[in-house]
Each structure stands twice: as structure tokens, then as C-alpha cells.
Write a protein that binds this ligand. Structure first.
Ligand code: PLP
Length: 418
């Protein structure tokens, strides 16, 4: 395979031809962050259709904590493909759905008995968490945060904060959603109950323990625990959205473990499926069981291929000790990025938790040029932030130290070239 450091003809002729077909066949609304098309992948590396090789520090936007084609995941998928592909769990159930629910119930923080519902995506899981919270509390309202991201369906867009490109033009959104500042003293919520929405009307508060798309914003330690206390006082359910933070990314299986609290409901997706589409709501059994048969579900939710992939991905995360590895990777990045911050005034901030790390630049244009330079030199990175000015890393946690060094060298030369 060609070495990563050389600037080659990117996009190559095959990618260019596919891009032309793509623009004829796929709407513009689906963005394309790099102009290359994938041929194969492994671990933390992607090869494109022209034979160029990239370190993948986007990981399918945080979906590949266990790595591209983790060996256990691939083996489980082959074995499942030889047995059955789909029956619909609601019609003729199968063991892997139950086994995955048991596993997530055991992993979820807190001692209360848990139950798990499986779905197809993060957004669908968030929608279901809201349905369950409303049914249980018999209250309508939901509190969410500035700079939050919870998905692109209409209800989750109402919870998502960023207007462009996500929300503009898609109004009206479902009502009874109230947005408050993130990471501010929890007492301000009491004020919101006077000025914004009555506490007794609120079913749930939904929070990312670390904001992902919003720009890797880490709230002050103890903040979410204090918010949880306010919620408990008023009978409001706390929904932890662990879609991006989950499965070892922040150095714990779930980021909320850093706060030592038990959310009422927890939403997971992305790295849950080990590369397959899967979402889950895991919550206190009493809350999860409140709705009657038929009220929850979906044709493909908890598809057998996705379930066996998830079980194998979780096993890999545990066996490879990826929580510990995430802490090491995060430390490596922080040290390096803080040194860059001293050298390059364009870097305004370095922040993150575990391997969920980012640096913020002064403006969005600089992050675009930086990520372009990086993929042209063999490193795929994605940006984040309400203002698009944050460069984040979401590499598979199976990345090697040598691959980390290569990625740092490319980022550093991108900063020098800027
Ligand atoms: N919640 C969070 C915190 C996310 O980061 C995302 C996606 O980026 C979602 C929900 C939506 O997940 P999906 O894209 O699988 O619908």
C-alpha cells in the first residue's frame, strides 16, 4: 500500500468518476466531507478506490471505537449470515437481541434493574426515550441544551441546537421543547422553571455528558450530578445521550460514569453496533415497562446482524481494555495539542475527556483548510462546533502508537502550512 505521508493525486480518477455519479444520483443535502470513495478498511486505516491509504480519525463519526472490521465483529457477522438475516424481533424473536439487552442492562450505570429497547439509529433511540419519558411521567415538556445535537429527524431536530445547516427550512418542529444554557450552575434550572417552563410540566431533561457535534464541550465536573439532583427534586427524568460519548470513548464505558450518577434513561448508538446501524434505550425497568405491548418497536430495530456485531464489539472493547487505551490516547493528544497551542496562535483552545479530544481554531474556514490538507496527506478528520471551528478526533481506539505519531505529524504540518 502507498505510504501515508505523500501528497498524491487526491481525489484520484476512480474517486472523481464516482463523485460525478454521486452528484447525479444523491441529493446535495447529504454532505461529503472528503472527496474520496472507500474500497476497504481495517483497524484505523481506510484505503480508497485509487489505492490511497488514510488514517481514519473520523471513525465513521465515532462509530468504530472497536476498529474497522474488528475481527470478532466480522466473524460474528459471517456466522450470522449463514443462519438468518431478519425475522423481525416482534414476530419471531431470537437470542442475540435478548443477550444484547442483558449486556447493556448489566453495563448501564447504577443499581436499579434495567431493560433495553433496540432501534436503528441514534435519532430513533432519542425519539423513543422521549416517548417513554412522556408516557411514564404523563408530562409533555422536554428540556434540552444550547449547542446540543440529538439527531436529524423532526423531533430530534427540535432538540438539536445548531440552525445551519441542520434546522433552517425544516420548521415547524414539534412543540414543548425548551432550551437552556449548557454547563451553567444547576440552580439556573430553578430559574428556568419560573421563567421558561413549569417544572411539573417537564417529562425529561436530555443531556450529552460531553457535547459532541456542539464542539466537544466538557461541562464542569459535578455539573451533571447537580442537574440530576434538580431533576429528581421535580420528578423530571434525566436522559443521558451517550450516542457519541459511549463505549469507551471518554475513558469509561459511558461518560456519565465520570459523574457517578444513574440516569433514568440512557441512549446509545454509533459505536454500539461495531459498524452496523443500531441504537438502544437502556433505562430503569419500571420506566421502560410502563408502556404496553405494541407501543414500542420497529421492523428492523435490533436486527440480528446488528445484535451479533454489537455483542462482539462490546466484547472487543472489554478484552482490549479500550477504556484504558482511550485515556492514554487522550493524554497523548492533549500533550501534543497543548504544545501546538503554544506555537500556533490560531489554536484558541484544547479540550476533551479521554480520547474525545479537540482543538478550537479562530474560524470555520481554517478548520476546512486544515482538514483538506490532512486528507490530502493521508489523515481523515472531521470538524465540529456550532461555528464549525473545532477539529475533533474520533479515531478507532485500536489505533497504534505509530499511527498516532503519523497522524500528529500530518496535523502538525497542516498547522505549519496554514
Ligand atoms: N445524539 C448524539 C449525541 C449524536 O452525536 C448523534 C449523531 O451524531 C445523534 C444523537 C444522532 O445519531 P444518528 O445519526 O445515529 O441518528
Amino acid at each position: 500500500m502507498p505510504s501515508i505521508h505523500l501528497k498524491t493525486n487526491i481525489p484520484g480518477p476512480r474517486s472523481q468518476a464516482l463523485a460525478a455519479r454521486r452528484s447525479e444520483a444523491v441529493p446535495r443535502g447529504v454532505s461529503q466531507l472528503t472527496p474520496v470513495f472507500v474500497a476497504r478498511s481495517e483497524g484505523a486505516v481506510i484505503e480508497d478506490v485509487d489505492g490511497n491509504r488514510y488514517l481514519d480519525f473520523a471513525g465513521g463519526i465515532g462509530c468504530l471505537n472497536a476498529g474497522h472490521r474488528a475481527p470478532g465483529v466480522v466473524a460474528a457477522l459471517h456466522a450470522q449470515a449463514d443462519r438468518f438475516l431478519h425475522t423481525c424481533f416482534m414476530v419471531t424473536p431470537y437470542e442475540s437481541y435478548v443477550a444484547l439487552a442483558e449486556k447493556l442492562n448489566a453495563l448501564a450505570p447504577g443499581r436499579s434493574p434495567k431493560k433495553t429497547l433496540l432501534l436503528n439509529s441514534g435519532a430513533e433511540a432519542v425519539e423513543n426515550a422521549i416517548k417513554i419519558a412522556r408516557a411514564y411521567t404523563r408530562r409533555p415538556a422536554v428540556i434540552c441544551f444550547e449547542d446540543a445535537f440529538h439527531g436529524r429527524t423532526l423531533l430530534t431536530l427540535a432538540l438539536t441546537s445548531k440552525t445551519h445547516p441542520y434546522k433552517a427550512g425544516f420548521e415547524p418542529f414539534p412543540g414543548d421543547i425548551y432550551r437552556v444554557p449548557y454547563g451553567q450552575p444547576a440552580e439556573q434550572l430553578e430559574d428556568a422553571f419560573q421563567r421558561v417552563v413549569a417544572a411539573e410540566s417537564v417529562a425529561a431533561l436530555i443531556a450529552e455528558p460531553v457535547q459532541g457535534e456542539g464542539g466537544f464541550i466538557v461541562p464542569p465536573a459535578g455539573w451533571l450530578a447537580a442537574v440530576h439532583e434538580v431533576c429528581r427534586k421535580h420528578g423530571i427524568l434525566l436522559i443521558a445521550d451517550e450516542v457519541q460519548t459511549g463505549f469507551a470513548r471518554t475513558g469509561k464505558m459511558f461518560a456519565i460514569e465520570h459523574e457517578g450518577i444513574e440516569p433514568d434513561l440512557m441512549v446509545t448508538a454509533k459505536s454500539l453496533g461495531g459498524g452496523l446501524p443500531l441504537g438502544a434505550v437502556t433505562g430503569k425497568a419500571e420506566i421502560m415497562d410502563h408502556t404496553g405491548p405494541g407501543a414500542l418497536g420497529g421492523t428492523f430495530g435490533g436486527n440480528p446482524m446488528a445484535c451479533v456485531a454489537a455483542l462482539a464489539a462490546i466484547q472487543a472493547i472489554e478484552e482490549c481494555q479500550l477504556c484504558e487505551r482511550a485515556v492514554q490516547l487522550g493524554d497523548q493528544f492533549r500533550q501534543r495539542a497543548q504544545a501546538w497551542q503554544r506555537r500556533f496562535p490560531a489554536i484558541r483552545d484544547v479540550r476533551g475527556l479521554g480520547a474525545m479530544q479537540a482543538f478550537e481554531l479562530a474560524e470555520a474556514q481554517s478548520t476546512k483548510s486544515l482538514t483538506k490538507y490532512c486528507y490530502e496527506h493521508g489523515l481523515i478528520l472531521v470538524t465540529a462546533g456550532t461555528y464549525g471551528n473545532v477539529v475533533r478526533i474520533l479515531m478507532p481506539l485500536v489505533v497504534t502508537d505509530d499511527q498516532m505519531s503519523e497522524a500528529f505529524a500530518i496535523m502538525e504540518s497542516a498547522l505549519e502550512a496554514a
